[in-house]
Design a binder for this molecule. Structure first.
Ligand code: BG6
Length: 513
C-alpha cells in the first residue's frame, strides 16, 4: 500500500479534529510468545482493546515460540496473565470470545519449515477469519534472534503482502547498544522490510501524557510564544523508579540506565518538548522535527562534569531494606553498570540557545514518577521582586506518570492586609477532568500499527542520531585511562550527591517530585 495513504489513515494527534481511522483486520504474530512482554503487556493490551470494542473482530493473535504447547494451553496461560496484569478486570464472556482468536504456533526461530507452516496457517486464517492478508509481526524477542526470524519471514514470502494488503513488523527495544549495532540492526531489518513497514516501539510515546505534549504546545496560543530561550530558564526531565533490576540482570548488565532509558524514552520526551511546530500532523512531518532536536544536541565532550553516573547501594524503599545492585541475582559483584544517570544537555539551535536541559533517571529512588518541568525566568527585579525578596520562578510541570496531568506554579498575594506573596499551583488532573482511565501505552501503539500510523514509533534516523549522542558518553565511561567515576547512592535516596552538585554549580536545584 502507498505509504502516504497508509500514514494518513490515523493519527492520534488528530483525534477530535478529524475522525480516527479504524484499525484493519489482521493477524498479529508474536515472536517470543512465552516471554514476559507477551504475558505482561501485549496480550493484556489486546484484551483491553477487544473489551473496549476497539479491535475489528477478525483480529487474530498467533503466538510463535519454541516450546511445545496446544492452542488451549496457550490460551489458559494468557488468561492467567491477563487476569493479573490487565488494566481493567477481565470479564468472562469477553475473554471467552477473545480467546477464540488466539492460537499457538510452535517452531524454532531458525527453522525454515516452521515459517512455511506459519505462511500456510496465515493463509487459512485469512480465509476462515477474514484477516484479508494483513500481517503484523511483533518481535518480542532478544535482538540476537531478529536476524533468523527476519530471514525466514523473507524466505517464506511473508515480508511482502498481496496487492491491497499489508505486512508490518514491530520491533521492541533495545534497538542496538551503540550506533554501529543500531545501524547493523537497521540493515538486517531492511533486508526484509522497508522503513515504511517498520515500527520501532518506544512505549513512552504511547503514554497519553507524552502525546499531550504537542497538544499543550500547539493547540494553546499562550505557551508557544514563551517556549524559548527568552523566557525559559531551564528544563528538567526526571524518570524515577522505586523498582530495582527485578530479575532482568541478564539484559541490564549490558545496558545500564543510559542505554535503557535515556537513549530512547528520555530523548523522545525531550524531542516533544524541544521540537519546532511541524508543518502538518503526518507521521513524517512530526518525526522530521523531532530528529532535528537530537541532531542539534551538543555532543558531550566533557563527560566528567556534565554527566553523573550512579549505582544503588544497600538501602531501604518504603521502610523495607533492599540489597545493593551488586548483590542482585546474576549481577557481577564488581559491576560498574549505571542504575542512575544525571546529565546536563544543550540544544544548539536558536530556540534553545543557553537553556540547559537537566535529565535524571534512576532505579531504587524514593518515589516512582516521570515528569518534565519547564522553569521560566524570574520576573524582573522591580516592584514585588526587589529588596531581599526573591520570588519563585513560574514552573510548568507535565506529569507523565503517575497522577497524569499538568500544573503551573505562579505567584499570588496571600489574603490579608499586608503584602505577602507565595507560590500557588493551578493543577489539571486527567483522572478528574476526563473521568476515564487512559489506555495503556501498548494499547495505543498496537492500534496505531494496525492502522498504519507510524507517528508514535521511532524512525531509523531518530534511533541512529540518539545513539550518536549517547556513544561518546559510554566511550568516556569505558576509557582505559581517566574514566569518570561511578558514584554510589543508597537505595531509597535521590541518587548520588554529585547529581545535586551538577545543578548547584549552575545555581539551580532538582525539583522535588
Ligand atoms: C523500560 C525499561 O523500557 O521502561 C525499564 O527497560 C523501565 O527498565 C521501564 O523500568 C519503565 O517504563 P514505565 O512505563 O514503567 O515507566
Amino acid at each position: 500500500m502507498n505509504r502516504d495513504v497508509e500514514q494518513s489513515q490515523a493519527n492520534p494527534l488528530r483525534e477530535g479534529l478529524a475522525s480516527r481511522a479504524v484499525p484493519q483486520p489482521c493477524s498479529v504474530v508474536i515472536f517470543g510468545a512465552t516471554g514476559d512482554l507477551t504475558h505482561r503487556k501485549l496480550i493484556p493490551a489486546l484484551y483491553n482493546l477487544a473489551a473496549d470494542g476497539e479491535l475489528p473482530p477478525a483480529v487474530t493473535v498467533i503466538g510463535f515460540a519454541r516450546r511445545q504447547k496446544s492452542d488451549d494451553d496457550f490460551r489458559r496461560e494468557m488468561e492467567e496473565s491477563t487476569r493479573k496484569f490487565s488494566r481493567q478486570p477481565v470479564r468472562d464472556e469477553i475473554w471467552k470470545t477473545f480467546a477464540q482468536s488466539i492460537f499457538y504456533h510452535q517452531s524454532d526461530f531458525a527453522d525454515e519449515n516452521g515459517f512455511k507452516t506459519l505462511a500456510d496457517r496465515l493463509a487459512r486464517v485469512d480465509k476462515e477469519r477474514g484477516t484479508r492478508g494483513n500481517r503484523l509481526f511483533y518481535f518480542a524477542v532478544a535482538p540476537d534472534q531478529f536476524e533468523p526470524i527476519l530471514e525466514n519471514l523473507k524466505t517464506a514470502g511473508l515480508n511482502q503482502a498481496a496487492e491491497g494488503s499489508w505486512a508490518r513488523v514491530i520491533v521492541e527495544k533495545p534497538f542496538g547498544t551503540d550506533l554501529a549495532s543500531a545501524r547493523e540492526l537497521n540493515r538486517v531489518v531492511h533486508n526484509s522490510f522497508a522503513e515504511n513497514q517498520t515500527y520501532r516501539i518506544d512505549h513512552f510515546l504511547g503514554k497519553e501524557t507524552a502525546q499531550n505534549i504537542l497538544v499543550l504546545r500547539f493547540a494553546n496560543a499562550i505557551f508557544e510564544p514563551l517556549w524559548n530561550t527568552r523566557y525559559i530558564d531551564h528544563v528538567q526531565i526526571t524518570a524515577a523508579e522505586t523498582l530495582g533490576v527485578e530479575g532482568r540482570a541478564g539484559y541490564y548488565e549490558t545496558a545500564g540506565a543510559l542505554r535503557d532509558m535515556v537513549q530512547n524514552h528520555l530523548l523522545q520526551l525531550l524531542c516533544l518538548v524541544g521540537m519546532e511546530p511541524p508543518t502538518d500532523l503526518d507521521a513524517d512531518s512530526i518525526r522530521d522535527e523531532k530528529v532535528k532536536v537530537v541532531r542539534s544536541l551538543r555532543r558531550m565532550s566533557d563527560v566528567e562534569t556534565t554527566v553523573v553516573r550512579g549505582q544503588y547501594a544497600t538501602g531501604a524503599i518504603n521502610g523495607k531494606p533492599v540489597p545493593a545492585y551488586r548483590e542482585e541475582e546474576n549481577v557481577d559483584p564488581k559491576s560498574t553498570i549505571d542504575t542512575f544517570v544525571a546529565l546536563r544537555l544543550q540544544i544548539d539551535n536558536w530556540r534553545w540557545a543557553d537553556v540547559p536541559i537537566y535529565m535524571r533517571v534512576g532505579k531504587r529512588l524514593p518515589k516512582s514518577g516521570t515528569e518534565i518541568s519547564v522553569h521560566f525566568k524570574k520576573a524582573p527585579a522591580v516592584l514585588f521582586n526587589k529588596e531581599n525578596v526573591t520570588l519563585d520562578q513560574n514552573v510548568l510541570v507535565i506529569r507523565i506518570q503517575p497522577d497524569e496531568g499538568i500544573s503551573l506554579r505562579m505567584q499570588a498575594k496571600v489574603p490579608g492586609t499586608s503584602l505577602r506573596i507565595e507560590p500557588v499551583k493551578m493543577d489539571f488532573h486527567y483522572g478528574t477532568s476526563f473521568g476515564k482511565a487512559s489506555p495503556e501505552a501498548y494499547e495505543r501503539l498496537l492500534l496505531d500499527a494496525m492502522s498504519g500510523d507510524a507517528t508514535l514509533f521511532a524512525r531509523r534516523d531518530e534511533v541512529e542520531e540518539a545513539w550518536a549522542f549517547i556513544d561518546p558518553i559510554e566511550e568516556a565511561w569505558h576509557a582505559k585511562v581517566g574514566a569518570p567515576g561511578l558514584y554510589f547512592y543508597p537505595a531509597g535516596s535521590w541518587g548520588p550527591n554529585e547529581a545535586d552538585e551538577l545543578l548547584a554549580r549552575d545555581g539551580r536545584a532538582w525539583r522535588r517530585l
